[in-house]
Write a protein that binds this ligand. Structure first.
Ligand code: FPP
Length: 247
């Protein structure tokens, strides 16, 4: 039987961010706090992601991007890297049917190269199966780095032979891994750290940021709701003045 969710104050549908991006930070500290290995924290973080995906559907968020494995995370101890790869493979296997049923489209940003071919194939199959779903896009940043993404875009533009006069912001945006996906309206970084850590460097130029003081496994639906309430109170000016926006 599905657990009954605690009632929350209604959110103004006109003030819901279309795209929320999340830096799921603090799994290691969360585990350490209870004397458990780091992978225990990543496992708990994965279970939490399932709840956050459901909450996105509940609150009407249309795109969710999660920073799950960065290009720099390869430098972590070998057993943690292997453990994270296994957690992703298992999660895809276990969660895919339910995500598909909920109308979730799974997408990936980052370089698929360097991943184990079996994992690569699982990611491809999950994207293929869910490609026509349109309730929520869940975009998994895996082997992703913002600088690396910009390098990949330049490689693409140069290899396609664009003349310099045709290089503009639209061409760059269309050459990124996120081509066709709107920029994040809101970025959440849990655990009380205040850094971008190479996440969506181009796309977050005008995003709002929210830093809840809880570790990722504790960032639940209620905490997320608080973040959305905070976002709803903000004025996004995109370089203009308040008066211009009012006029
Ligand atoms: C950051 O916390 C978290 C990560 C580097 C991994 C996040 C991965 C998951 C939640 C699991 C897999 C995701 C999917 C899509 C199934 P940290 O390890 O840096 O924590 P710390 O700063 O406390 O050490």
């Amino acid at each position: 039987m599905a657990a009954t969710l605690a009632p929350l104050e209604p959110l103004n549908p006109a003030r819901i961010p279309r795209h929320v991006a999340m830096i799921m930070d603090g799994n290691g500290r969360w585990a350490k706090q209870q004397g458990k290995p780091r992978l225990f924290g990543h496992q708990a973080g994965t279970e939490n992601l399932r709840e956050i995906i459901k909450a996105c559907v509940e609150f009407g968020v249309r795109y969710l991007t999660v920073y799950a494995f960065s290009t720099e995370n390869w430098n972590r101890p070998d057993d943690e890297v292997k453990g994270l790869m296994r957690i992703l493979a298992d999660a895809l296997e276990r969660e895919l049917p339910e995500l598909h049923r909920q109308g979730v489209r799974l997408r990936h940003i980052g370089r698929l190269e360097r991943l184990n071919p079996v994992l690569m194939e699982k990611i491809r199959q999950a994207m293929e199966l869910t490609r026509d779903n349109d309730r929520l896009d869940v975009i998994i940043a895996w082997n992703y780095g913002g600088r690396d993404e910009i390098v990949a875009a330049i490689e693409k533009i140069v290899s396609q032979g664009y003349p310099v006069e045709q290089v503009n912001e639209k061409l760059v945006a269309d050459s990124l891994f996120t081509a066709g996906i709107p920029d994040p309206d809101l970025v959440v970084r849990t655990s009380g750290e205040y850094r971008t850590s190479n996440f969506l460097l181009w796309q977050t130029a005008y995003s709002e940021w929210y830093f809840p003081p809880v570790y990722w496994p504790d960032f639940n639906r209620v905490e997320f709701h608080k973040g959305l309430q905070d976002y709803a109170r903000r004025e996004r000016r995109f370089g203009k003045t308040s008066e211009q926006l009012a006029g």
